[in-house]
Design a protein around this ligand. Structure first.
Ligand code: TYM
Length: 327
């Protein structure tokens, strides 16, 4: 029996190189060794306002990006979260076992709500419980995510433990798996903050579906520093971030990369980084175009994925309801 992997991405904003290096790349790399479930988490997306037409399109876009990255529907279940009602149902039940104080400590909520704390939705606050439901429904062993989601996987363990201690062994405790490189790709203009798909002002992110010109100009315009040496130094966030992206798209070792750019200037390095990113994204975008040119095919893969996911999720829901005494 293979171990189970579960992960997901919100269909909001434009997926970027950070989502690829922090999540997708690792899903694909370990796909053969696991029993995989990859979700397009549209219920999470509506925790902030969304345009319904755009949301529907973005769901298909994320599905296309999963498959273009190399997710193989023969090896992995791919589905849309709202197609399997057990996610929302379990979230409600787990809400009733999750102390308010645990949610108040979530750093992502604090960051996202900022000074709007009184007016953001209850859904945004409760988002980690929905994420816990996603993971716990499928007896997940490993959750491959970027650094920013680690806290949410840890709270998932706490929620599972609390439920198990009341009702007996019900949920498996999942482990977050964070990549060594690309776990926190930074904003190109302000490399002290995370590259974010909800902030796609020109030049800040490298969207996976961007044009060659857009990619090149964002890389050439990325913030660096007034030093010269091209080395992996975490104290120099701009150049460190660009080097990590280089490492992520080429899979060369850090020593090889530093040796390659010894004595060269930032201009030469950025130019080569742009070439490498484009070299990587061009075939990716071609696969994306091919896959999405047949919407019916994509739709049938998602329907099939939802059926398989629902079969697993419904068994767990029946067990949970029975233990809690519902129905
Ligand atoms: P989301 O949609 O914000 O991001 C999707 C994945 O990309 C990673 N990521 C990054 N990695 C490196 N650098 C960055 N700048 C960067 N930005 C994002 C994220 O860590 C994530 O792995 N709550 C989740 C979605 C979710 C989920 C789940 C994940 C819902 N249910 C269950 C795992 C399991 C989220 O909003 O990710």
């Amino acid at each position: 029996m293979k171990k189970r992997v579960f992960s997901g991405i919100q269909p909001s904003g434009n997926l970027h190189i950070g989502n690829y290096l922090g999540a997708l790349k690792n899903w694909v790399a370990s796909q053969e060794n696991f029993d995989n479930i990859f979700c397009i988490v549209d219920l999470h997306a509506i925790t902030v306002p969304q345009d319904p037409k755009v949301l529907k399109q973005k769901i298909r876009e994320v599905a296309g990006i999963y498959f273009a990255s190399g997710i193989d529907p023969k090896q992995s279940i791919v589905f849309v979260q709202s197609d399997v009602s057990a996610h929302a149902e379990l979230a409600w039940i787990l809400n009733c076992f999750t102390p308010l104080g645990w949610m108040s400590r979530m750093t992502q909520f604090k960051e996202k709500s900022g000074d709007q704390r009184e007016s953001v939705s209850v859904g945004l606050y409760d988002y980690p419980v929905l994420m816990a439901s996603d993971i716990l429904l499928y007896d997940t062993d490993e959750v491959p995510v970027g650094e920013d989601q680690k806290q949410h996987v840890e709270i998932t363990r706490d929620i599972a433990q609390r439920f198990n201690s009341i009702y007996g062994e019900t949920f498996k405790l999942p482990t977050p798996v964070i990549p060594k490189t690309g776990a926190r790709v930074m904003d190109l203009l302000e490399p002290v903050k995370k590259m974010s798909k909800s902030d796609d002002r020109e030049g800040r992110t490298l969207p996976l579906l961007a044009s060659v010109d857009q990619l090149r100009s964002a890389i050439m315009g990325a913030a660096t520093d007034s030093q010269k040496e091209i080395v992996f130094d975490m104290g120099r966030p701009g150049i460190y971030n660009l080097l990590e992206i280089y490492e992520g798209v080429t899979s060369l070792s850090r020593e090889e990369i530093e040796a390659r750019f010894a004595g060269k200037g930032y201009g030469d390095f950025k130019k080569e980084l742009a070439d490498r990113v484009i070299e990587f994204l061009e075939p990716f975008q071609k696969r994306y175009q091919d896959l999405t040119s047949d919407p019916a095919q994509l739709e049938s893969l998602l329907t099939e994925g939802a059926e398989k996911a629902a079969e697993i999720a419904e068994k767990k829901m029946a067990e949970v309801k029975n233990k809690v005494g519902l129905g």
